[in-house]
Design a protein around this ligand. Structure first.
Ligand SMILES: Cc1cc2nc3c(=O)[nH]c(=O)nc-3n(C[C@H](O)[C@H](O)[C@H](O)COP(=O)(O)OP(=O)(O)OC[C@H]3O[C@@H](n4cnc5c(N)ncnc54)[C@H](O)[C@@H]3O)c2cc1C
Length: 425
């Protein structure tokens, strides 16, 4: 059934439950909506329906300082949450797109630059409250830090992309703001050298909190967008945390590793403003790309492989990208084996779109051949649906479909996303 698209702001869990129940009765599709920073068409409404905007359910319900957890409504942004937590010496360590909300972050099982140290959303959510398709409100777990009580419903909903229910409350694990941190940058003659250093750093046992890799094209975009003068060659950015002495010791060890792999110009910053500026630039790297081609669109790849395959994956992809007529940048959460390419294309030129698709597919298939995944952190949405069967196999997808059918028999929750349409019983 196709119905008109109706945006709805909601103020309470009870209201969400009533809306969802009514939509279920009338078989009207629902698309939950957070910060709308997702990248794979997650919030499209191909069948129309009701879009429930959660941004006004954004309060902090309880902060438990001694338990290092916080209970929030789903519409709060991770940046606003961290502003609130800072005076308490605490923070929440997931940093996806600026503007993303905690509910959307749960629904996409997101991560970010700090996942190498603190894990993904899967590891940092203690429990959820969820409105199911029939209007029932379910609490998935207690507030205990760990539990062996039954099926792990929390983890079932995390990454479900709004297809199983609407998240209305989230209890999050928090971390202490580190006593000291050092941000270091280093340049390399080739992207393979940079990837090798990221791997060698992880193998050395050093607990880095960030290892981010950028190729020369991405650095150029950053220079243009931010009026910077960074050397336009493959670059690694690190963050080390702990006591002052420990963070500096780790910095020196990695400086040595970098030198053994042709690294040069190793510089580091300890001034809080300089560090903030560097991470802001990195976080906004996607937008910086549009400084090179302001009227183009971007297709973003998000493959992830076991760490030992990262250097080979990046080298093979880079050869393909460099040979393409399109402008492509490489950016990676290298400590996790997670690698993005921003492929800029003119949406009015069909050959451009096809070439962007071809490059994206090349990287996905190469990652899958290395026991990797088509999406390390952005999720499936509509964009990655076509690759799921190759990655997971038909049995896994049929199992997902059975879960979906049990919890949402009328298929009203974000239909057309995550599960490929051809999967049937
Ligand atoms: C510049 C930029 C940088 C980025 N960097 C990263 C990164 O480093 N790591 C990363 O993982 N991602 C990154 N992203 C992607 C994006 O920020 C994440 O996917 C984020 O988790 C989406 O959150 P959101 O609130 O914007 O969700 P939305 O885009 O609003 O929604 C995403 C999905 O969640 C569902 N949803 C939203 N709220 C709820 C709810 N309350 N209940 C149930 N379902 C809900 C929606 O239906 C949809 O399917 C980046 C994006 C941009 C633009």
């Amino acid at each position: 059934m196709k119905v008109n698209h109706v945006p709805t702001y909601t103020m309470s869990e009870d209201e969400v439950s009533k809306i969802v129940k009514s939509c279920d009765t009338h078989k009207v599709p629902i698309v939950p909506y957070g910060g709308a920073t997702s990248i794979e068409g997650h919030t499209l409404s191909p069948n129309g329906g009701v879009c429930i905007d959660m941004s006004m359910m954004n309060s902090i319900k309880a902060l438990h300082i001694e338990d290092m957890d916080v209970v929030v409504e789903p519409g709060i942004g991770w940046m606003e949450l961290n502003e609130y937590l800072e005076p308490y010496g605490l923070f929440f360590p997931l940093d996806p797109g600026p503007g993303a909300t905690i509910g959307g972050m749960c629904a996409t099982r997101c991560s970010g630059s700090l996942a190498v140290r603190y894990g993904t959303m899967r590891d940092n959510v203690i429990s959820l409250k969820v409105v199911l398709a029939n209007g029932d409100i379910v609490k998935t777990a207690s507030r205990a830090r760990k539990s062996a009580a039954g099926y792990d419903l929390t983890r079932l909903v995390i990454g479900s992309e709004g297809t199983l229910g609407v998240i209305t409350e989230v209890t999050l694990r928090l971390q202490k703001i580190p006593q000291h941190s050092v941000v270091a940058m280093c340049n390399f003659p080739s992207i393979k050298d940079a990837a090798d250093v990221a791997i060698a750093t992880m193998m050395s046992g050093i607990q880095v909190s960030r290892v981010e890799l950028m190729d020369e094209v991405q650095v150029k975009a950053i220079n243009i967008a931010n009026g910077k003068d960074l050397p336009e060659i493959p670059t690694l950015m690190f963050e080390f945390i702990g006591t002052e002495a420990y963070a500096r010791e780790q910095t020196q060890i990695v400086q040595k590793i970098a030198a053994e792999h042709n690294g040069s110009d190793f510089v580091f910053a300890e001034d809080p403003e300089a560090k903030k500026d560097l991470w802001k630039i990195r976080k906004e790297a996607l937008w910086a790309c549009f400084a090179m081609e302001p009227n183009f669109e971007a297709m973003i790849s998000d493959v992830c492989v076991p760490l030992s395959h990262l250097a080979e994956l990046i080298s093979r992809s880079k050869q393909e990208l460099d040979a393409s007529p399109l402008v492509c940048t490489v950016i990676a959460h290298a400590g996790d084996g997670n690698f993005h390419t921003v492929i800029l294309f003119d949406p009015n030129i069909e050959e451009h779109r096809q070439e962007a698709e071809r490059l994206n597919k090349f990287m996905v298939l190469t990652a899958l051949s290395m026991e990797g995944t088509c999406t390390g952190e952005h999720g499936v949405g509509t964009g990655k649906v076509k690759y799921l069967e190759k990655e997971l196999g038909v049995e896994a997808l049929r199992t997902m479909k059975r879960i979906k059918a049990a919890l949402d028999p009328n298929s009203i929750m974000n239909p057309g996303k995550l599960i490929p349409p051809h999967i049937c019983f």
